[in-house]
Design a protein around this ligand. Structure first.
Ligand code: SF4
Length: 78
């Protein structure tokens, strides 16, 4: 019963995804807001550094980026 419901929900999810145009609106956004980190883990793939990079977005720039992302969002019933 649970597997049947999960399969039904998965099909509905896949149909919704198929109806979206990802050229107009991204499906997912990854944003690493800073490379600054007080640690120095050997496994870190972020090449962390103790201070923020001067090229990082300012708070105002970050807010504007978030506004741009929000304005590009597809309105849906999800
Ligand atoms: S993995 Fe990288 S970012 Fe995470 S705590 Fe370690 S050094 Fe910092």
């Amino acid at each position: 019963m649970i597997e049947e419901r999960a399969a039904t929900e998965r099909r509905a999810h896949d149909q919704r995804l198929a109806s979206l145009d990802f050229a107009l609106s991204p499906f997912t956004i990854a944003w690493e807001v800073t490379r600054a980190c007080a640690f120095a883990c050997r496994h870190c793939r972020a090449e962390a550094q103790p201070r923020r990079d001067p090229r990082e977005l300012t708070s105002d720039e970050a807010v504007r980026l978030i506004d741009q992302i929000r304005s590009s969002a597809v309105r849906s019933s999800w």
